[in-house]
Design a protein. Structure first.
Length: 66
């Protein structure tokens, strides 16, 4: 089998694939939306966690100095 035969066979198979109908549906991705209450709660919780971490770190450092 020569290179021309292989290329011809590949072209025949490619043409057969083009004649078959494939159904492809493309959907536009929806934007991620978060309700205002959830976003506010997440921000407040993150701030509170940061405050607790800072207070805890300062308390530990204060006890190590004593």
């Amino acid at each position: 089998m020569t290179a021309e035969d292989v290329l011809y066979d590949a072209q025949v198979y490619a043409d057969d694939d083009l004649n078959e109908a494939d159904i492809v549906e493309w959907y536009e991705a929806r934007h991620v939306t978060v309700p205002a209450a959830v976003a506010t709660g997440a921000i407040v919780a993150a701030f509170a966690l940061g405050v607790l971490t800072a207070v805890g770190a300062l308390a530990l450092m204060g006890r190590l100095d004593d």
